[in-house]
Ligand binder design. Structure first.
Ligand SMILES: *Cc1c(COP(=O)(O)O)cnc(C)c1O
Length: 373
C-alpha cells in the first residue's frame, strides 16, 4: 500500500453510521438497547425455560413470516453458523452426490468440504470467473443442488430456480441474502443462513427454512446406518427446534438480536420492505459508480450484480487500499475488497439495516477523498 495521506472528511459529508462491513454487519443500536432492557430476565437465564423459548419461538415464527414459508416448510436452527451448517448438510442432507456452483470463497469452500467427505461420491462442480456465476448443470445422478443466493466475496447474486426433479433438493446458502433479497421460496428446499449479515445480528447460529422433502431426507438418512456426530445431526436439530430449543447452548444475545431485526422487518412490511431498502442502496451505489470516472461496478452482468454486497473496482490511478484506510481513519469502517480476490476494489455492505442515506453519504465521502488524493 502507498503512504496514507492525512485527509479529513468534512463532518457534514459523513454517514450517520460508518459500518459498511459485509459480515459481521451493522447491528442496530435500537436492537442493542432492547437487549439491554432484558439484561436480567433473559440474558444469563436457562435456554430450556420459557423466557428464552419464547424468543426462539418469536424468531422461528418471524423468519417463517419474513421468508413467506410455503405450507409444510419448517424453521430449524442450531449452533455453528453457516460453516457449521455445511457440515450438517454433508452428513444429513446429501445422500450420495451433489452438484455445486463454485464461484467465490464461500461457494468453493462448501464444494471442497463435500468433495473431501469419504461417505459421499465425488460432487459435480461448475465453476466460473470471479464476478460471474456459472449456470446450474441439471443431472439425473445428483440428489442435491448447492449454490449461494449471494456470493459474499465477489458480490454476485443468483436467482433461485428449481433445476431437478422431486427427489433432488435445492439447497441455497442465503447467509448474506436472507432478508435482503426477494426470492421464490417454493424454488428452495433448504434456505440456510447465519444472522450476522442481512439480519444485522451477531454470529454463531445457523437457521434453515426446510421443505417437507428436505425433512423427509433428514429422517431417511437418520434412519440409515450412516454415522453422524451429534452436534451435526440434523434430526437432533429438528427435534430440538420443534421445541423452540437448540441441542446445546446458543448465544442468547444472537438469538435475541436476530428476533429483534426480523420483527422490525415484519412490522414494516416484511421482505418487500427490507429487500427494498437494499435495492435502494444498490441503486445509489451502482448509479454513482457508473457515473464516476474513477469507479465502476465489478460485476458486469446486471442481473448478477448483488443488491446486498456491492463490489466496486477503481481506476489504477487510485490505490483502493489507501482509500479504505483514509475512510477508516474518518470512522467509515471495513470497506475493503475481499483479500483473496486481489483486485483494486471496495466492497460495501448494502444490507437492510444500513440506511440508504448513509450509502449516499459514503459515495460523497469517496468522491471527497478521491478529489483530495
Ligand atoms: C459469511 C458467509 C458464510 C460463513 O458464515 P459463518 O456464519 O461465518 O460460518 C457462508 N456463506 C456465505 C455466502 C457467507 O456470506
Amino acid at each position: 500500500m502507498n503512504a496514507v495521506p492525512d485527509i479529513t472528511i468534512p463532518s457534514d459529508l459523513l454517514p450517520a453510521d460508518g459500518r459498511f462491513n459485509s459480515g459481521p454487519t451493522k447491528v442496530r443500536p435500537e436492537a442493542l438497547d432492547a437487549l439491554r432492557a432484558r439484561a436480567t430476565d433473559y440474558m444469563g437465564t436457562s435456554h430450556r425455560q420459557l423466557p428464552v423459548q419464547l424468543v426462539v419461538a418469536e424468531l422461528r415464527n418471524g423468519i417463517a413470516e419474513l421468508l413467506r414459508a410455503p405450507d409444510g416448510y419448517e424453521i430449524v436452527l442450531g449452533n455453528g453458523g453457516s460453516t457449521g451448517f455445511w457440515d450438517c448438510a454433508t452428513f444429513g442432507l446429501i445422500e450420495q452426490r451433489s452438484h455445486h456452483l463454485s464461484f467465490g470463497e464461500f461457494s468453493s469452500k462448501f464444494a471442497k468440504g463435500v468433495a473431501a467427505a469419504p461417505h459421499l461420491d465425488e460432487p459435480s462442480i461448475s465453476e466460473s470467473e470471479p464476478g460471474t456465476h456459472p449456470p446450474l448443470d441439471p443431472a439425473a445422478d445428483v440428489d442435491a443442488y448447492c449454490y449461494p443466493h449471494n456470493e459474499t466475496s465477489t458480490g454476485v447474486m443468483v436467482e433461485p430456480v428449481r433445476a431437478g426433479g422431486d427427489d433432488q433438493l435445492m439447497m441455497l446458502d442465503a447467509t448474506s441474502a436472507a432478508g435482503g433479497l426477494m426470492f421464490d421460496a417454493t424454488a428452495t428446499d433448504v434456505y440456510y443462513f447465519a444472522p450476522q449479515k442481512a439480519l444485522a445480528s451477531d454470529g454463531g447460529l445457523w437457521i434453515a427454512m426446510m421443505s417437507p422433502a428436505a425433512i423427509e431426507r433428514i429422517e431417511r438418512i437418520a434412519a440409515s446406518d450412516r454415522w453422524v456426530p451429534p452436534s451435526l445431526d440434523l434430526m437432533i436439530a429438528l427435534d430440538n427446534s420443534r421445541k423452540d430449543q437448540t441441542y446445546n447452548t446458543p448465544a442468547l444475545a444472537t438469538v435475541f438480536l436476530t428476533a429483534n431485526t426480523v420483527s422490525w422487518f415484519n412490522d414494516n412490511g416484511g421482505l418487500s420492505w427490507s429487500a427494498g431498502r437494499s435495492n435502494q442502496s444498490a441503486e445509489i451505489l451502482y448509479g454513482w459508480a457508473e457515473a464516476s470516472d474513477a469507479a465502476s461496478p465489478f460485476v458486469q452482468i446486471e442481473e448478477q450484480r448483488s443488491k446486498v454486497v456491492g463490489t466496486i473496482d477503481f481506476d489504477d490511478a487510485i490505490d483502493a487500499d489507501v482509500l479504505v484506510e483514509v475512510l477508516r481513519r474518518n470512522g467509515i469502517l471495513d470497506t475493503g475488497g475481499y483479500r483473496k480476490l486481489g483486485r483494486n476494489q471496495l466492497r460495501i455492505g448494502l444490507f437492510p439495516a444500513i440506511e440508504p442515506s448513509d450509502v449516499e453519504a459514503l459515495t460523497h465521502c469517496i468522491d471527497h477523498v478521491i478529489g483530495a488524493l
